[in-house]
Design a protein around this ligand. Sequence first.
Ligand code: AMP
Length: 278
Amino acid sequence: MLVKTLEILNPPVISDKDNLTIAFKKINERGIGRIIIANPKVEGILSTRDLLSIFLSFCTNGCTQGDLYKLSTVEASQYMTSPVTVITENADTLEAITLMVTRNFGSLVVINEQGIPSGIITERELLLEFQDLDPLFPVYHFMTKKVSTIDQHTDLTTATKQMLRRGFRRLPVVDEDKNVLGIITAADSIKSAAKSVTKLDPDIFFAKTVKDIMRTPLVVIEEDRSINEAASMMIEKSIGSLVILDDAGKIKGIITERDLLIALHYQIHLSYVGKLKT
Ligand code: AMP
């Protein structure tokens, strides 16, 4: 399958002269989790993680309207990651999967023959590849078994910092007895941050607790179901993770689109090696 059959067209692009406030506005509008900086060729990229770190670094000691205003005076290009690893529209998706897994990228910018960004592919689009694969592996092979959770009354700033520090994009939310209530994601944090920046209102982010923005109910899967089923549940429900519960209803594991991409890479290479041997 070719990359062009999977790419999201009309990628979220801003110019190298645009400021950080525009980057926040665009990431919120498109909901793809990253912004490409191009002029017209690709020059850099800003991820949800990057923008959340920038946002918190402008507001280290509380946050004022003035701190948020400063974001509009800084060019996004000063903070972007550059150079960007790209892939061409006619490349095979296997090449894209291998690049994303081995380089630990959550997305790849797709360029056309002129070197101009034509699209973007993220982990979510690649999950469609599971439709053509045999259900070989159960969820428990690829889920993470030691899950970090967050108390519902924690403020959004602490929860966001925890996700950034630990390098993942979600935290199941629990009550005092560790019963699961919902989930909070980096995508939820960036939405509040973007609203706070564009409306110049620190409270939209800094006055919130996890409970205010968590999503409910939590979508669960049994650990003995196949990863193919996990992929189709994520696609169908437009979510990036599923939680595994034990018999007492407490969290036992989490499987995310990142884990499924790694599983996909493993399974495709396994079948390739199998064909070489026969
Ligand atoms: P993510 O960036 O959220 O897709 O996750 C990256 C990796 O961290 C994957 O292996 C996940 O299984 C794992 N992970 C995600 N969220 C959590 C969490 N709250 N606690 C522990 N591991 C997690």
